[in-house]
Design a protein around this ligand. Structure first.
Ligand code: CAA
Length: 408
């Protein structure tokens, strides 16, 4: 059977950034709490003319424009989000229209909090591997705007962005091992967003515990899958994978996760002494931290966050890491999680948009951010000067039909 995985990938992020040092000053918090305690420098703020639809379409459009995929090659278009714009009409069909995708295409929206992007990626890889794709390709997009109440503990962990991925049997960027993955699910109320709210509600410290428990469960399932039920690996996990990518609600969470993973692995292997290097900062600095650069500046992009780490890896470290084994962990509150792995592909090392878009961002003040947040939901503002997207949202018409977000 041929390899399956991500052939090409492109990101999009809003043009505004809010410095967390500025936010800390405005909230009377020690800036070191956000910088060191959460690992954050800034977060992306979406202007009123952007939503989950435009972020998704803006991430995907350059893949067609640069000739990385043709419209009639895409027969599955999956959009994962927890920032949906309608209870019935999915974000995916708006995106399908904006991208002028081919009509012979299965398309739908997926939701399971931040796990949705991985659910979509796994669905796409297995669709390709099954042969049902008949040589065609899938377009998977993870898109979100993370919002918590102003002044809440979650406020510094907001953000926004989208990652678009072409999935095929030519995995130039990363081959996904779809035969071996570990899952974990448990009904919990760690983070939720009732239907009438734009801002999420969260039991913050509990959500951190749920994330780590899900990591434990998903990793054990992954290990079981790899060795026919035997949990005891002959080699420590750090000898099996050179790269670890995590869901990143805030970068310090990846540090907590990595530390916990190495500890779980050591316990499963039932060794007397924990290997010294496992618990040292070194493993995190070498195998996790370099890929957190975008998340430190963008903040939480929910479904897209894990794939911002992948985009950073592919663009800034891809050439050096070709052939490297990567472990990935995806967590969605509520909760469902998956631990899976892949091999960095021979085409890694090309632009994914991360550096370019980060460099083009415009800093805004806390007052400007607050004004954008408290503005009307149906604000029809024109795109601001310097807007980088192809599409922007232009409001609603009769019976709250959404105008299609128009080309910028
Ligand atoms: N200097 C340096 N560090 C400081 C500091 C200072 N002056 N003051 C505090 N800190 C450290 C604390 O020691 C703590 O570090 P540790 O976790 O290593 O102990 C860190 O800063 C954060 O401090 P608190 O725990 O006191 O912070 P908090 O309770 O105010 O808020 C939070 C933290 C709970 C994560 C909150 O931001 C939140 O609710 N965020 C949203 C929920 C979330 O992101 N959950 C993550 C798991 S769920 C998930 O992953 C799904 C998802 O995307 C939402």
């Amino acid at each position: 059977m041929r390899d399956v995985g991500i052939e090409s990938l492109n990101v999009y992020m809003p043009m505004y950034s809010l410095s967390l040092a500025e936010l800390a000053k405005a909230r009377g918090v020690d800036p070191q709490k956000y910088r060191l305690g959460l690992g954050l420098e800034a977060m992306a703020i979406a202007p009123p003319c952007e939503d989950a639809v435009t972020l998704a379409a803006n991430a995907a459009a350059p893949l067609f424009e640069r000739g990385l995929v043709e419209r009639d090659e895409i027969a599955l278009l999956l959009v994962a989000t927890e920032s949906a714009v309608d209870h019935a009409k999915p974000v995916s069909i708006f995106v399908h229209e904006l991208l002028r995708a081919h009509p012979a295409c299965r398309t739908y929206e997926l939701k399971h909090a931040c796990y949705g992007g991985t659910a979509a990626l796994m669905t796409a890889t297995q669709w390709i591997a099954s042969g049902a794709s008949r040589g065609r390709k899938a377009l998977v997009i993870a898109t979100d705007i993370a919002r918590y109440d102003i002044g809440s503990a979650g406020e510094p962990t907001q953000g926004a962005g989208a990652v678009a991925m072409v999935v095929s049997d030519v995995p130039q960027q990363i081959a996904i091992d779809f035969r071996r993955s570990g899952s974990f699910a448990e009904g919990v109320f760690d983070f939720w967003r009732p239907l009438d709210r734009r801002e999420a509600l969260v039991d913050g410290q509990y959500s951190v515990d749920c994330y780590l428990r899900a990591l434990d469960g998903a990793y054990q399932d992954f290990e079981r899958a790899g060795r026919n039920g035997d949990l005891k690996s002959p080699l420590p996990i750090t000898d099996r994978f050179g790269v670890f990518l995590y869901h990143v609600p805030f970068p310090k969470m990846a540090w907590k996760a990595h530390r916990r993973l190495l500890e779980i692995d050591w316990r499963l292997r039932d060794e007397e002494e924990p290997p010294e290097e496992c618990f040292a900062q070194g493993s995190f600095e070498n195998s996790v931290s370099p890929y957190l650069a975008a998340c430190r500046a963008v903040g939480n992009s929910y479904t897209a966050s894990l794939y911002f780490c992948l985009a950073t890896l592919l663009e800034s470290h891809g050439e050096r890491l070709r052939g490297e084994q990567a472990a990935l962990f995806s967590y969605g509150s509520g909760c469902c999680a998956e631990f899976f792995n892949g091999v960095v592909g021979p085409g890694a090392g090309v632009e994914t948009g991360v550096q370019r878009l980060l460099a083009q961002r415009r800093p805004i003040s806390v007052a400007e951010y607050e004004a954008m947040r408290t503005g009307a939901e149906d604000d029809k503002s024109a795109p601001p000067d310097g807007f980088q997207g192809r599409f922007h949202y232009a409001g609603t018409e009769r019976d709250r039909r959404r105008y299609l977000p128009v080309s910028g």
